[in-house]
Design a protein around this ligand. Sequence first.
Ligand code: AMP
Length: 183
Amino acid sequence: MTSGTMINQNKVDWLKSKIRDIPDFPKKGIVFKDLTTLLNDHEAFNFVVEALTENARGLKPDYIAGIEARGFILAPAVAHKLGIGFIPIRKPGKLPHTVEKISYDLEYGSNTLEIHVDAAEKGKRVLIIDDLLATGGTAHAACQLVEKIGAKVAGMSFLVELDFLSGRNNLPKGVEIFSIIHY
Ligand code: AMP
């Protein structure tokens, strides 16, 4: 399912012009989308946060969850704009209280993610934000973590989606997926 907010194609092209391709990072064969050159531009960064926030409003989340590490750049900015709480989904061993955890495969390697068991009350709506949707392994794991603690996934939003990897096919059916930029 794709959600409503439409972004003007000229704006998308403008944002794309701010993203830098780094070939063979972090390993051979991966073309890494370096978003630091977009985030570094205050107009581009502001536009992205506004677009994610506008889309988030329609999903009526109670919390915004961000996935470590690059999800921590965008998700708290959106939570702040909406006046709601932020939930960190973190790499193993970082969260100090009782956690739920899940392991999954990445486009390059594997990873484990954790969430505090009491990060959201049962039934609350959690919108998950990350910088980039590739194979969908990370986003899927984040969905499962939110559900494991008894909350509901209100949707998932990304700055960039790599359409050629079909990551959204790996996400639960019926979850609203919004990406500003598609490759
Ligand atoms: P995936 O689990 O395959 O969807 O990978 C998504 C996560 O890995 C995101 O948190 C991204 O930060 C990172 N990632 C994967 N592939 C790339 C890429 N080509 N360029 C930049 N980041 C990537």
